[in-house]
Design a protein around this ligand. Structure first.
Ligand SMILES: Cc1cc2nc3c(=O)[nH]c(=O)nc-3n(C[C@H](O)[C@H](O)[C@H](O)COP(=O)(O)O)c2cc1C
Length: 202
């Protein structure tokens, strides 16, 4: 890891401010063997639907999966369609261990040609809402432009109608791991002043 990266620590308690939510959210792939109450899932989905959406048309909907057989099938599908270069780094077996997986979908006719963007933003809100409640989750894609097989198999599993597209797979649960501190690229290297390449003003 390059040395010019900033190190961020994560805390154990529930974040209480928006800054803490944004800074503390991490991808969580191990979950405590603890049920996730429906009420909590509902609260998180309620917040996710507040995400920005194209033309205000609210195209997102959510399929909530809890059945072990369906979770195992989804994990197998994700593993089967994982790109070769990601297979080792990102095995998807942990999906089968999550108490709940939400598949963020979009109603194509309501998405104004922006289905993926709508779904991705809703998933981002969902992950932050989950973290704000002390839960952990991870973003996994539900489609691959170069391999329609992933989307096709998810469609079959969830019995999605033809006009509903799966976009993001989000496992949720109480965290059973604490990821190593995250290293971010320095902020100054990401900001350009008026034109690209001009350093940010101090
Ligand atoms: C477009 C996208 C695809 C991702 N795909 C996967 C995936 O297939 N499997 C996985 O475990 N995590 C996946 N992630 C999560 C990233 O690995 C994770 O966000 C990244 O390593 C940064 O870590 P953090 O979320 O803890 O900040 C994905 C994230 C994004 C944004």
């Amino acid at each position: 890891m390059p040395e010019d990266l900033e190190v961020l620590a994560i805390g154990d308690r529930c974040p209480s401010t928006l800054d803490e939510v944004l800074r503390g959210r991490r991808s969580i792939r191990r979950y405590a063997p603890r049920e996730l109450p429906d009420k909590l899932v509902l609260e998180i989905l309620d917040l996710a639907r507040h995400a920005p959406c194209s033309m205000g048309a609210q195209p997102c909907c959510f399929v909530v999966i809890r059945t072990p057989a369906a979770l195992e099938r989804l994990a197998a599908i994700k593993n089967a369609f994982c790109a070769a270069d990601k297979r080792e780094a990102y095995p998807a077996g942990f999906l089968a261990e999550a108490p709940v997986v939400v598949v963020v979908c979009v109603e194509r006719d309501r998405a104004h040609g922006r289905g993926h963007e709508n779904g991705i933003l809703a998933a981002a809100h969902l992950l932050l809402a989950a973290h704000a409640r002390g839960l952990g989750g991870t973003y996994l894609t539900a489609y691959q432009p170069d391999d329609p097989g992933l989307e096709r198999e998810i469609r079959l599993l969830l019995r999605l109608p033809p006009d509903i597209d799966p976009v993001v797979v989000v496992p949720l649960g109480f965290p059973a791991e604490r990821p190593a501190p995250k290293r971010l690229r320095p902020l100054s290297s990401l900001i350009h002043n008026e034109i690209f390449g001009e350093p940010a003003q101090e």
